[in-house]
Design a protein around this ligand. Structure first.
Ligand code: EPU
Length: 415
């Protein structure tokens, strides 16, 4: 089992480059399976979740070659439409297999997905979408099976703008007969990236990035080349790290419109920030104002930056309030932060954060973003922090310790 050892207190300085977005790469890799010919994807991050999804698809017969951040995917050799249950349970995004193979083959089966331990993770909205397109769905001992003779476009209202359900319905509807309209759709940039890839493949999709998406089914899709958008959550994590350590860091390869809610909060906190074409520069030496945060679907403040932001708020000048509305159990980092001296009180979905000095301690990453928050806390704390269970962090951050070390962080990975 590997751990991170961090000695805190150093201001971060220099330039750090953001990788391709995990949550765009995963559905786009799955979408490449819809085509009749191979696709090439660029800026695919080297992450455990990506490796697991590729393993699932290889076991189904696809030919996948990875060369650094480039991935070549050939779906022509697919010969099975059932995911390896063991691997599928390891990542949430394995459910995209359902949308893809329902569209392509009219049948698919996988185990109910796993992923982070951040709350009850139902897929009822995905299944409601598939049913509305004419599929039958069965759930038996944690295995989901979807099938349909012929998918037909329909009008689907999502009770909640779920990212995964919006993506799965888009995937299934690309080759359904006629028009599908998704209302109250999620608007996340990763969905726009997927739709851009599908459009180059030949799909007819309008309205992505708004809450009404229209898809006109086509008969066939062809392979395409596509570069994945930068990861806005990785970018936000490094922006917060710079503000937290009183650093001066240029976070490169960021689309600043994707991190607007974070930029707005950093401005409110009085962090000096400059938006450039290729990234965002953070220079923070002043006292930080306390601010309140409420997580919401895009373009609201992202839940995936809530834990990292909470660490920053421990270093502000007054009490702050964080309200988590997306996931029911996303305060697991709080107990670990308390070991480091944080003064945080949780009441249901809210957390009250009082200013404090953080001190190094032995802590455990309980999920991906909680783990990222602990790295940030370690960078700002006095003394040494040891983080266990870092495999959670490696699911979503490419080479995080190596990248941070290049901007003056004292962080080492040890076996
Ligand atoms: N929900 C339902 N029913 C459904 C689907 C979702 O009730 O059928 C609920 C969930 O329980 C949750 C809320 O809706 O309370 C949001 O879920 P959503 O479907 O939007 O999330 P997701 O697609 O499962 C993706 C990201 C998450 C990110 C969320 C919200 C991927 C692989 N995961 O999850 O990323 O937190 O959107 O932005 O794209 C992460 O990267 O750390 C991470 C957890």
């Amino acid at each position: 089992m590997s751990k991170y050892l961090i000695t805190g207190g150093l201001p971060l300085t220099g330039e750090i480059k953001v990788s391709g977005a995990k949550n765009a790469a995963l559905p786009i890799i799955a979408a490449a399976m819809l085509a009749e010919s191979p696709s090439t994807l660029l800026d695919i991050p080297k992450l455990r979740d990506v490796t697991n999804l590729c393993s699932i698809l290889r076991a189904m017969g696809a030919k996948i070659e990875r060369e650094d951040n480039k991935v070549f995917l050939d779906p022509r050799t697919l010969n099975s439409f059932e995911a390896d249950h063991e691997i599928a349970r390891k990542l949430r995004a394995s459910y995209y297999i359902l949308g893809v193979f329902l569209a392509k083959n009219g049948w698919a089966r996988t185990s109910l997905p796993g992923g982070c331990n951040i709350g009850n993770r139902p897929i009822d909205l995905h299944l409601k979408g598939f049913k509305s397109l004419g599929a039958t769905v069965s759930l038996d001992h944690g295995i989901v099976e979807v099938k349909s003779e012929k998918l037909r476009g329909s009008r689907i209202y999502l009770d909640y703008p779920s990212v995964g359900a919006t993506i799965n319905i888009i995937l299934a509807a690309t080759m359904a007969e006629g028009k599908t309209i998704i209302e109250n759709a999620a608007r996340e940039p990763e969905i726009v990236d997927l739709a851009n890839f599908l459009t180059v493949m030949g799909a007819q999709i309008k309205g992505v990035g708004t809450d009404i998406i229209k898809i006109e089914g086509v008969e066939e899709l062809k392979g395409a080349e596509h570069r994945i958008i930068p990861d806005r959550i990785e970018a936000g994590t490094y922006m917060i790290a710079s503000a937290l350590t009183g650093g001066n860091v240029f976070v490169k390869n960021v689309l600043s419109e994707h991190v607007k809610p974070l930029i707005a909060k950093l401005h409110e906190m009085d962090v000096d920030l400059e938006e450039k074409i290729s990234g965002v520069k953070i220079n923070s030496t002043k006292r930080l104002n306390a601010v309140d945060i409420k997580t919401l679907p895009y373009p609201g403040f992202p839940t995936d930056l809530q834990s990292q932001m909470m660490v920053l708020l421990t270093q502000s000048d007054a009490t702050s309030l964080v309200i988590e509305t997306v996931w029911e159990n996303r305060f697991m980092h709080v107990d670990e932060l308390k070991r480091m001296g944080a003064d945080i009180k949780i009441d249901g979905h809210s957390a009250l954060i009082k200013p404090c000095k953080l001190a190094g301690a032995e802590v455990t990453a309980t999920d991906l973003r909680a783990g990222a928050a602990l790295i940030l806390a370690g960078l700002s704390a006095e003394g040494e922090t040891e983080i266990r269970d870092i495999y959670h962090i490696e699911r979503g951050y490419e080479n995080i310790e190596k990248k941070l070390a290049t901007i003056n962080a004292n962080i080492r990975k040890i076996k």
